[in-house]
Design a protein around this ligand. Structure first.
Ligand code: NAD
Length: 499
């Protein structure tokens, strides 16, 4: 079995730690590699390398940085299928979905290629007699990204293209469950001409994460993962004086209004609930069905759930792969059981699904739970599996109230033919990303991505303009170039512009 090393200073590095964890192929359930888990001193070495690389990279011209970004964009674009295959091997999602993930990451690289425009400052001529004011933004230094298993390419790409384009050096700590794509990315960066030490990959668990959070040379931390860890990262990183953006978990609701097209809503709801086995932070896991829409949508989603083709993500005829791990499989099945025990009606039960030829794979079939209430565990917990819970509500105000009472606020959607309902919804919900007849409203790269409430700790969203702002800090210069002989003497009053 292969061992996956770190990538530090432009080459693979085994580090001093003897600890490893096992990477699995979720479709077969078989181990595929051993992964090195960094010690605190391995992390310190990587931070030292990134710190040493910072000065040169930060001082490189903005056009040189853009050039590297353009070259990296070409290389990633030429390796979409290789990256997607690595995602399928270790995450399990189907190949076409993995290609889509890489594509959404590429869009952030393309956004970052525009860094010369994005970093343009402001200039005010003659703010006082002979005085000009201008502003520009500088990189922070060494920044770190700690990322989840569910988008092993796209989520890190929310971070490092922008951070590196801004002139920072970067340490990525990817998920232990699907680390291989990050190693190919590191190789592509090097081939693009990025100086060694600017992009580094350190594998590990809490030990590595804590070392990054505690190292005073790390200026900022971007995190994406579950809510308890996001909160922890935000608190510990902030206490250590770092800038932190920590995106957490989700429980995304979609309202189905009585005026919605039921076939349209059912197609999109089932894709949003069961695509990528429900392991998307923007997956719809709760349908809030109103009035006469309720029975119709349950019936239509049931038919679609039963028809989903589940299997190995490398099989092009399949629509949904396994979940990521045996532990995830057990957790999802247990939660479905609590739903049943607490009074939900199981319209489709995916617990007993067995995929022929993949009997040891971590599969859970699409599941639909009807008559779910907000008190049930299946409603309160983030299931992160292919399970759609249907909650019934009487009117749109009640539906919005349900969404707003939920502690998460990542994404939400409404299916309706009414502009009035859509507008009431978009203005009334306490959620960061909103879809109107769009169930998975992931913003394009030139907007920023982020939720509200327990879905984001810190105040900057990722990529887009807020990403540029997160990875830089402002300088404002007030300048005067007097003729040497022209001094009018000292003025001890606070300076004003009326001179
Ligand atoms: P996770 O929180 O278990 O792990 C995320 C990262 O944190 C990994 O790199 C992991 O190694 C590290 N980590 C885990 N436990 C830690 C600990 N105790 N101390 C320090 N670091 C620790 O999340 P996951 O299971 O990999 O990913 C799924 C979660 O991510 C879901 O909750 C999902 O909603 C969320 N997610 C959110 C978004 C978003 O945009 N808000 C996007 C993707 C995923």
């Amino acid at each position: 079995m292969t061992t996956i090393d770190h990538w530090i200073g432009g080459r693979t590095a085994s580090g001093m730690s003897q600890r490893t964890s096992t990477v699995f192929n979720p479709a077969t359930g078989a181990p595929s590699a051993e992964l090195r888990l960094a010690s605190a001193s391995d992390v310190a070495d990587a931070v030292g390398v990134a710190e040493a690389a910072f000065e040169g990279w930060a001082q490189s011209s903005i056009s040189k940085r853009a050039k590297v970004l353009f070259a990296f964009r070409e290389l990633v674009n030429n390796h979409v299928d290789e990256l997607a295959a690595l995602i399928v091997d270790e995450h399990g999602k189907v190949f076409s979905d993995a290609q889509g993930e890489v594509q959404r990451g590429l869009e952030v690289i393309e956004f970052a290629c525009g860094i010369p425009s994005l970093l343009k400052g402001d200039y005010s001529d003659q703010v006082s007699s002979g005085v000009d004011t201008f502003s520009f933004r500088e990189p922070l230094g060494v920044v770190a990204g700690i990322t989840p298993f569910n988008f092993p390419v796209m989520v890190p790409m929310w971070m490092y293209p922008v951070a590196i384009a801004c002139g920072n050096t970067f340490i990525l700590k990817p998920s232990e469950r699907d680390p291989s794509a990050s190693m190919l990315v590191a190789d592509l960066w090097q081939r693009a001409g990025l100086p060694d030490g600017v992009f580094n990959v350190v594998h590990g668990d809490k030990v590595a994460v804590d070392a990054l959070l505690d190292d005073p040379r790390v200026a900022a931390v971007s995190f994406v993962g579950s809510t308890p860890i996001a909160q922890y990262i935000h608190e510990r990183g902030s206490a250590n004086g770092k800038r932190v953006q920590a995106l957490g978990g989700a429980k995304n609701h979609a309202i189905v209004m009585p005026d919605a097209g039921i076939d349209f809503a059912a197609d999109h709801l089932s894709a949003a609930a069961f695509g990528s086995a429900g392991e998307r932070c923007m997956a719809i896991s709760v349908a809030v069905a109103l009035g006469s829409a309720a029975d119709a949508i349950v019936e239509a989603v049931t038919a679609r759930a039963l028809a989903v083709k589940v299997g190995n993500g490398h099989d092009a005829s399949r629509e949904m792969g396994p979940v990521v791990s045996a532990a995830a499989q057990q957790r999802i099945k247990r939660l479905i059981g609590t739903g049943e025990a607490q009074g939900a009606r199981i319209a489709v039960d995916g617990r007993d699904l067995v995929v022929p030829g993949y009997e040891n794979g971590f599969f859970v079939g699409p599941t639909v739970l009807d008559d779910v209430t907000t008190k049930m565990d299946v409603y309160q917990e983030e299931i992160f599996g292919p399970v759609l819970s249907v909650v019934r509500a009487d009117n749109i105000d009640d539906a919005i109230a349900i969404i707003n009472a939920n502690p998460f606020g990542n994404g939400t959607a409404i299916f309706t033919a009414s502009g009035e309902s859509a507008r009431r919804f978009q203005r009334g919900v306490h959620v960061g990303m909103i879809g109107i007849n769009v169930p998975v409203p992931v913003p394009m790269a030139f907007y920023s991505f982020g939720g509200w409430k327990n879905s984001l700790f810190g105040d900057k969203h990722v990529h887009g303009p807020e990403g540029v702002s997160f990875y830089t800090r402002a300088k404002v210069v007030t300048s005067r170039w007097p003729e040497v002989a022209a001094s009018a003497g000292a003025n001890f009053n606070f300076s004003t512009t009326a001179r």
